[in-house]
Every structure is written in structure tokens, then in C-alpha cells.
Ligand binder design. Structure first.
Ligand code: FAD
Length: 473
């Protein structure tokens, strides 16, 4: 029997449109599909709690899918480099196939691993597939990476020549399976307390779940996407982000599946995929984006230090119903609607003057779609210190945002049950309601629901003053 080939699964937990898997199958070698859990990888950006939950479910699905095709998934835990080399030595593998991931820590680590494999005479091959275009391939006239989205997206669209996505292999020829950990021994799921009930109700991780989500969205969502995507109660967006993050579906599969969709919805939707590309290309060009503002003048920003305000924001107890509903959606579902991410993030950095990195870290731990490029790129964008950033002086008013995007208050009522009996007129500003109306709705401000922790007008003034200090030096 010829020497086996390892297919190293990482952020590509799918069988279809998987270039590394397809190449390994084409090589004719017997296969060892493997996943290594390295709990230290990423350093500060190691897996957050919600991501661990997702990964457990997604690996269970991948394992079943591989098993059905005849090649079980080998699970190992420990330092990725050491474990991979150990697996190569144990099995006599002559090749390792992997799809690329682009976080700066991963690119450096993978280069080290590749060099070590080559030194040992093992073939190491890597493939694209997580993005529509490789970072570094979309440049402006000076050959530099773009810092503004629209020209980036135009240039990318010109470059793209999407080939049809690859089919999943029907059968896999397996090598004798090496020893494997048991997935449940990894304790990726929360036990005491088990906070994952809302996640279980909301998501179906894995390739089949991703394909189902896409099919539902193509049937019910994409036609009205441009109209409804900003209304959190309407469920007008795709909810594909965690599936994309874990590579349960590729952007190419999505691109090609939308080909027959109505043009307005399709182009608005693909533009959002474009933002995903933009964030990833930015991160590759600015590896310190998760930690440092792209606009260096922001290193002098006079951020506040207020543990009580941060705790109120995290718990969804700011007294601003839309912000609180958003933060509680995050806690319950491991997800937050995009419009609300902008409102809640703006509230943290502008109303509370708390550092964007605090919000970035909280999202990192609580989002099922926590993604280094998208999270850091968007936090910087909201804070006003990122590429193509919203200007700092544009400060979202959480009351007006609520009245515009949740006009009847349905979303707030779903996640802030203590306001469920309040009518649409005051649902986004309960402090303005007459005493009688509050009483009839069973609301006692300061007891059943908090008073606003900051006054919007004061907070806005304070934020603008803080911002002015940057420009005045
Ligand atoms: P859809 O509207 O259906 O969009 C389709 C896909 O496009 C998404 O699945 C996503 O992959 C991509 N996309 C959409 N909007 C953006 C965007 N603004 N930037 C980059 N990609 C985008 N997205 C993440 O995937 N992970 C994160 O950690 C993350 N953190 C964020 C933090 C903040 C402060 C903000 C404002 C946004 C963040 N986003 C993040 C972007 C966006 O909110 C989510 O991708 C989107 O809400 C996911 O929902 P959806 O799949 O229904 O999106």
C-alpha cells in the first residue's frame, strides 16, 4: 500500500468545494483526515466560549460525513506543530494537504510547519478556498492594498473568474486509522452553567446545516435582502457568518448558488461578502489590526475606564432598549444582527467612551461567528479609527435607530421581556413615558428596568470633546 496522505482540516469543515481534500483524493494515496485542537493557538485570540461550542458541533457533523464516505476523522489535541509531526511519524504519511487560513499568527505558524515537513521529506501542499481572492492579489494602481472598500470591491469583481465549485468526493480511500481522541473528552461545551441552550435552538452547525441555511435564504430571503436586511425583527439576512467562518461553506459556493437570484438582492448580498473579503485583506496587510488602531492618532484617544458601565453594556442593562436587546440577543443566541452590532458597538465607544478593544474581546468570546478579521475590522470601523471608517462624529442615536429599524418594538419585546407590555410609542425611550403608561405596562424604572446609564445628549457632547483632543494636537 502506498504511503498515506494527511488531510489537515482546520477552518474548512466541509467536503464539497474543498481543494485540499480534492487534491489529496486525486493523488491516489490512502487518506487520514485529521483535526488538531490546539487550545493555545492564536494567543489572545484563542477560541472563545461560543466558538468552542460551535466547533464541537461542527466536528461531530464532519466526523459523521467522513465516516459515511469511509475515512474516519482522527482527532488530536496539543501543540499543532508537534501533533502534526507526531501523526506524520506514526503513520508514515508522505504528504500533508491543507487549505490556507490567513490570520497573521496562523500564516507564520503554517510556514514554520511547512518548512519542518519539507525537511523531513514530506510533501506539504496548501490551497485557497476560504476567500474569493487571495490576500495581496487585489491592489490599487500603485500596487498597494486598498484602504477604501468601494474601489477594492470594484477591483475584486473585475479580477474574479469564478470556476464552478468542486463536488464532494463520493468515496474516500482510507489509510488504517491511527489512534484518535474522543470528541467529548475535549469538553468544548459548557457544562456548569450550561449557557448553550439558546445556541442549540438557533443553529445547526456543519456542512449540511450551512447548505440548508443557504437554501432557505435563497428561497425566502435574498429577493428582499436589500429592503429587509437592516430590520432585526425581520430575519432578512442570511445568518451564514458562522458557517463561513468555519468553512462549512465556501464563498465561491455562495457566489455561484446566488447566480439566478434577483439582481438587487444578489448584488446587495454579494457586497456584504465583499466586506468579508475586504476585512481579511486588510488584516493580512495590517497584522496588528486586532490590537492597534489603523489610524495611529487614536493611540492618544482619552478612553474612559469604567468597570460598572462595561458590565452594564455586557449584560444588556444600559437602559437603552435597543442596545440592551442587542446585547441579550448576543448572550442568548451567540449572534447579533449587523445593524445592532453597529449600534451596540457605537454605544460602547461613543456613549460610554470605553475602548473598542473591550467590545472586540467581548464579541470574540460570545459570538458564534467570532472572526479575527471581521471583528477587528468592524470594531475599528465603528470606533472611527479603521480603514474606510465611519467618521467619529457620526454618533448613532439608539432611540432613533430603534424607531427606524424596529418601529413597532417587536425585536426589543423579544429580548427585553420586562418591556413587553409597553406600546410602540415609548418602547425605545421608556424614561419619556408618563407614569401611568409605565404602571400599566408593569415597568418601574430603576427597578424592573434600568434608567439610562448616560444621557444621550451629554454623552454625544462628551464624545465629540474627546474626539476634538485628537485633532487639536
Ligand atoms: P449577511 O447580511 O447575510 O451577509 C452575508 C455575509 O457577508 C456574512 O455572513 C458575513 O460573512 C459577511 N458580512 C456581512 N457584513 C459584513 C461586515 N460588515 N464585515 C465583514 N463581513 C460581513 N462578522 C463576522 O463574521 N464575525 C465577526 O466577528 C464580526 N464582528 C463584527 C463586529 C462589529 C462591531 C460589527 C459592526 C460587525 C461585525 N461582523 C462580524 C460583521 C457582520 O455584522 C456579520 O458578518 C453579519 O451580521 C452576519 O450576519 P449574516 O450572516 O446574516 O450577514
Amino acid at each position: 500500500m502506498s504511503a498515506p496522505a494527511i488531510v489537515w482540516f482546520r477552518r474548512d469543515l466541509r467536503l464539497a468545494d474543498n481543494c485540499a481534500l480534492t487534491a489529496a483524493v486525486a493523488s491516489g494515496a490512502p487518506l487520514i483526515p485529521a483535526f488538531i485542537l490546539d487550545e493555545e493557538e492564536g494567543g489572545e485570540w484563542r477560541l472563545g466560549g461560543a466558538s468552542r461550542w460551535w466547533l464541537r458541533e461542527s466536528l461531530a457533523a464532519l466526523s459523521r460525513d467522513l465516516e459515511k464516505r469511509g475515512a474516519p476523522l482522527t482527532l488530536r489535541r496539543g501543540d499543532a506543530q508537534a501533533e502534526l509531526l507526531r501523526l506524520v511519524a506514526e503513520t508514515g504519511a508522505a504528504a500533508v494537504y491543507r487549505n490556507r487560513i490567513y490570520e497573521p499568527w496562523a500564516t507564520m505558524r503554517d510556514a514554520r510547519i511547512e518548512a519542518q515537513l519539507r525537511e523531513k521529506g514530506v510533501t506539504a501542499q496548501s490551497f485557497p478556498g476560504a476567500l474569493l481572492a487571495e490576500p495581496g492579489s487585489v491592489c490599487n494602481a500603485q500596487g498597494k492594498p486598498f484602504r477604501v472598500f468601494t474601489p477594492f470591491w470594484r477591483a475584486l469583481a473585475k479580477l474574479l473568474q469564478p470556476a464552478p465549485p468542486l463536488p464532494a468526493p463520493k468515496k474516500l480511500r482510507a489509510a488504517p486509522a491511527p489512534a484518535s481522541d474522543r470528541l467529548d473528552d475535549w469538553r468544548l461545551q459548557p457544562k456548569k452553567p450550561d449557557w448553550a441552550q439558546g445556541l442549540r435552538e438557533s443553529w445547526r452547525p456543519g456542512e449540511a446545516g450551512a447548505q440548508r441555511r443557504l437554501a432557505d435564504f435563497l428561497r425566502d430571503g435574498i429577493g428582499a435582502y436589500a429592503l429587509l436586511r437592516d430590520f432585526p425583527a425581520k430575519d432578512g439576512a442570511s445568518r451564514l457568518s458562522p458557517h463561513l467562518h468555519w468553512g462549512e461553506i465556501s464563498p465561491l459556493q455562495i457566489w455561484s448558488a446566488t447566480a439566478a437570484a434577483p439582481e438587487a438582492g444578489r448584488s446587495a448580498f454579494l457586497r456584504e461578502l465583499g466586506w468579508r473579503e475586504f476585512c481579511h485583506h486588510l488584516l493580512a496587510a495590517h497584522p496588528d489590526m486586532p490590537e492597534a488602531p489603523l489610524d495611529k492618532s487614536f493611540t492618544r484617544f482619552p478612553w474612559a475606564n469604567d468597570a460598572a458601565a462595561l458590565a452594564a453594556w455586557r449584560k444588556g442593562e444600559t437602559g437603552y432598549p435597543l442596545v440592551d436587546a442587542a446585547m441579550r440577543q448576543l448572550w442568548r443566541m451567540g449572534f447579533m444582527h449587523n445593524r445592532l452590532r453597529m449600534v451596540a458597538a457605537s454605544f460602547l465607544v461613543k456613549h460610554l467612551l470605553l475602548p473598542w478593544r473591550e467590545g472586540e474581546l467581548w464579541f470574540w468570546d460570545t459570538l458564534v461567528d467570532a472572526d479575527l478579521a471581521n471583528n477587528s475590522g468592524n470594531w475599528q470601523w465603528v470606533a472611527g479609527c479603521g480603514a474606510d471608517a465611519a467618521p467619529y462624529f457620526r454618533i448613532f442615536n439608539p432611540v432613533l435607530q430603534g424607531e427606524k429599524f424596529d418601529p413597532d418594538g417587536a425585536f426589543v419585546r423579544r429580548f427585553v421581556p420586562e418591556l413587553a407590555q409597553l406600546g410602540a410609542k415609548y418602547i425605545h425611550k421608556p424614561w419619556a413615558a408618563p407614569e401611568r403608561i409605565l404602571r400599566e405596562a408593569g415597568v418601574t424604572l430603576g427597578e424592573t428596568y434600568p434608567r439610562p446609564i448616560v444621557d444621550h445628549a451629554d454623552a454625544r457632547r462628551r464624545a465629540l470633546e474627546a474626539f476634538a483632543t485628537l485633532r487639536s494636537r
